[in-house]
Design a protein around this ligand. Structure first.
Ligand SMILES: Cc1cc2nc3c(=O)[nH]c(=O)nc-3n(C[C@H](O)[C@H](O)[C@H](O)COP(=O)(O)OP(=O)(O)OC[C@H]3O[C@@H](n4cnc5c(N)ncnc54)[C@H](O)[C@@H]3O)c2cc1C
Length: 372
């Protein structure tokens, strides 16, 4: 029998696994996808070089101590988000954009050299390969007297895995939609799970790579905002690597998941025309890399799809920070965090609730024990 089963191989699950590994405990991590990282997803650029972040890009050292500390501990190199020079604002599609000089947008954000996936790679490198089970989508959990039975979707074995405790490091809405709990969870807890949106789950992001950062030559930061009835990209930013040797612009797509689905074939053209309208004809030549997170069933639940701009978990999520099934079942994942829900920092905050830092370095008290 496993001591601990971790469900989900995103940042939260990997950090939980790292803590257990450091404590010499017996654990296994089960991840539905065929890759680790979850919402952290960086892909190679056109030349196979620089990693392009299609999930999270930034962390903020002045407000995110856990990310700052983890990145330093893992020895990863970082660089500031390019944020200086003019910002563009497009509010009328028939006119050129307005230009605002020297306006900082990203509030001291930093990026990881090699993309956010370098965090995933560094964490995974510390874990024994035999403990990491990809392609294992949890389908059901059954409470027994001193352990929990875990059942996975078809194709991942018929015999249940058994574990003394289970750490659920994934968005609560996915659990509520896809996992059967036996005995059934309290209706009030299920309500909280449904009411907790998965941050960014229904968004789509595009990164376009270029031969050179031509916008910088024009005194532009790469930051641009568009807000009008035909808008395709609502926010654009500079996504070059640290030296700007590989040039890129990143952007969040303004169209809803339904609009993206119906304009799928024409979307690259719509994206490049808006980039050209903002930054000039050269912006039309980018090689686009896009990720539509709304199409990812292991991130975006049906409820996230039905209310795509729900934002961060804002309601009372305290029930998600309590242990259930007499200390055998724990909810984790960024959405369960009290202070930074939905963020990378929140994923670390959630993991820290299970494995607090040594005294003096713990911002929140340890999770309370209960008999639920
Ligand atoms: C486009 C985008 C941009 C973002 N930008 C930022 C940013 O700049 N800064 C920031 O701080 N945050 C950002 N975020 C949010 C950030 O990505 C998340 O806070 C963080 O990655 C959450 O980590 P997690 O481990 O809690 O959850 P996830 O990364 O969602 O991990 C959950 C894991 O569980 C797996 N899983 C799902 N269902 C099952 C199942 N049934 N069985 C087994 N496994 C399952 C999933 O495949 C996934 O790997 C962004 C997110 C997106 C999508």
């Amino acid at each position: 029998m496993l001591d601990t089963a971790i469900i989900g191989g995103g940042l939260c699950g990997l950090v939980l696994a790292r803590s257990l590994q450091q404590q010499g405990q017996n654990f296994a991590l089960f991840e539905a996808r065929e890759r680790l990282g979850g919402r952290i997803h960086s892909v190679p650029g056109a030349d196979g070089g620089m990693a392009l972040d299609l999930g999270p890009t930034w962390y903020w050292p002045h407000t995110q101590p856990r990310m700052t500390q983890l990145i330093a501990t893992l020895g990863l190199s970082t660089f500031p988000q390019h944020d200086s020079a003019a910002v563009l604002s497009l509010t009328d599609p028939t006119r050129p954009p307005d230009r605002y000089e020297n306006k900082s947008v990203h509030e001291g954000a930093r990026r990881l050299a090699g993309g956010m996936a370098s965090l995933v790679q560094a964490l995974a490198a510390e874990l024994p390969g035999a403990a990491l089970h990809l392609g294992h989508a949890l389908a059901a959990l059954v409470e027994r007297a001193d352990h929990v039975e875990l059942h996975f979707r078809d194709g991942t074995g018929t015999a249940p895995v058994i574990a003394r405790r289970v750490l659920l490091a994934l968005p609560p809405r996915l659990l509520e939609q896809h996992v059967r709990f036996e005995p059934a969870l309290d209706e009030s807890l299920r309500h909280t799970m449904r009411a907790t949106p998965t941050w960014m789950a229904a968004q789509a992001k595009v990164v376009a790579t270029y031969r050179r950062p031509f916008w910088r030559d024009a005194g532009l930061s790469g930051n641009a905002f568009a807000d009008h009835s035909q808008v395709v990209l609502r926010e654009v930013f500079d996504a070059c690597d640290a030296s700007a040797g590989q040039a890129a612009l990143g952007a969040f797509i303004a169209l809803t998941p339904a609009q993206r689905a119906s304009f799928k074939a024409g979307l690259p053209l719509l994206i490049s025309s808006q980039l050209a309208q903002l930054f000039g004809a050269e912006a039309d030549t980018g090689v686009q890399h896009m990720q539509d997170w709304a199409e990812q069933a292991d991130t975006c639940s049906a409820l996230d799809l039905s209310a795509p701009d729900a934002g961060h978990a804002a309601g009372d999520t305290a029930a998600l920070r309590l242990p259930w099934w007499r200390d055998k079942l724990y909810f984790c994942g960024a959405e369960t965090a009290q202070h930074a829900p939905g963020y990378l920092e929140g994923a670390l905050e959630a993991a820290e609730r299970i494995f607090p830092l040594p005294a003096g370095r713990t911002p929140e008290p340890e999770i309370q024990r209960s008999s639920r």
